[in-house]
Design a binder for this molecule. Sequence first.
Ligand code: TRP
Length: 451
Amino acid sequence: MNNSVETQNRDQWSSKVGFILAAAGSAVGLGNLWKFPYTAGMNGGGAFVIVYFAILLLVGFTLMLAELVIGRSTQLNAVGAYRKINKSWGWVGGLGVLAGFVILSYYSVVGGWVINYIVKAATGAFNTTDMDVLGNMFGGLISSTWTPIVYHGIFMAITLAIVIGGISGGIEKFSKILMPALFIMIILIVFRSVTLPGAAEGVKFFLQPDFSKINGKVILAALGQVFFSLSLGMGCMVTYGSYLSKNENIPQSATLIPLLDTGVALLAGLAILPAVFALGFDPTGGPGLVFITLPAVFAKMPLGALFAIIFFLLVLFAAVTSSISLLEVVVAYVVDDWGWKRSKATTIVAAAIFLVGIPASLSMGPWSHITLFRGLGVFDALGFLTDQILLPLGGLMLCIFIGWVWGVDNAVKEATNNGKVKFAIAPIWGFIIKYIAPIAIGYIFISGLIG
Ligand code: TRP
C-alpha cells in the first residue's frame, strides 16, 4: 500500500463530450439491450417500466450524482476515494472492486456469445423461424465446452486492448466512436421494428402500464435493473468521476447520463418487443429473448439478415463500452494502491477475470451439475451475488456514507464547485440520500434476500 498516488500525474478526460459518452457508454450495455427488454417482458411490460421510472427518479439520479462527487472530490479509485474521506470506509470501495471483478467475469461470457452471434448472423445461420432450431442453436453454443470460452477470451482481449490505452487515449477515444455508432444503429432497428405490421400491440404492451401487475417481485427486479443499468453501487462512477477536472458541471452530468441510459433502454424495448409481437412470438421468453426469439424475428422480416448483423454489432459496441468501465474500476485500484504500471495491471487483471469467467461459462454445459448456493450454478450464483447483494449493499453504504459520514454539505460543496455551479434541488437531493434512498434500498434489499 502506498499513498504516493495523490502526487502522481493522473490521466483525465480530455473533453466534456468524451466524459459523457464514456460514462453513458458504461451505463448503456447488455443491461439495456439484453436484460431490460426481457425483464420488462417477464414482469408485465408497462408495469415494470413505470416502476423502473419511479426508482430511477428517486434513487438513480441521486446515486449517480453521489458517486461522481466522491470520485471527483478525491481523484482516487473506489477504495482510495472512500478511505481518503474516512479511513474506516475503504472496505466499501473494496466490495465495489470485488463486484467489478465478478461482474466482468460473467459479463464477458455473455459478450462472447454476442460476438459468436455476429458471426452467425454474417454467415446466414438464422435462416429459420423454427424456435426449436434456434433454441438448440443458442443452447448448443452456451453449453459447449470450448467455443464460448474462446469467444469470452476474444471479448476480454478487446476490453484489455482498450483499457490499456488509459482514460483519454483508450476509454474516451473508443467511446467517442462506439457510442454515436450505437445510437445510429439502434434508431435504424427501432424504425424497422415499429413499422412492421402488427407492431402496435407490442408498443402497447411495453408502454401501457397495468398497475395491477405491480408487486414486490416487480419492484425488486426494477431496483436491481436501475443499479445494474446505471453502473451504480460498486464505485464505477466514483472511478470515472475521479478523472474529472474540478470545473466540470456534475449536476448536469448526473442528469444527462441516466437520461441517455434510459433513452437507450426504452429504444431497446421498442426495437425488440414490437417486433416480437408483430411476428407472433412470446415476450416472456426471458434471457433467450435476444438470442432465440430475435433471430426468428429477423428471419421473418424483410432485409432481416442485414438487420441481424447490425443488431448484434450494436449489442457488442454497447457491451464493450461497459466492460471497459468494469475493468477500469479494478485497474484503477491496482494502479493507485499497489503502484503497478497500467499496462501490467490491465494485463494481469484481465487475465484473472478471464480465468474466473471460465467456470461461469462451463456451468452452462459440462459443469451444470455443480451448484454453489441456493441451488445456483456458477454463472447464476455470480449474478445473484453481484445484482442482489453487492450492488444494493454498495448503494446502501454509499447513501449512509454521504448522508451520515461525509455529510451532505460537503458533498453539495463539491457538486457545485463551491457554489459556482447551479444545483437547485440540492436540499431535496440531501433529503433523499439521507433518508429516502437508504430506507428504500435497505427495505427492497432485505425483502429480496428473504423472499
Ligand atoms: N451498466 C452496464 C449495462 O447496463 C453494466 C455495467 C458496467 C455495470 N459497469 C457497471 C453494472 C457497474 C453495475 C456496476 O450493461
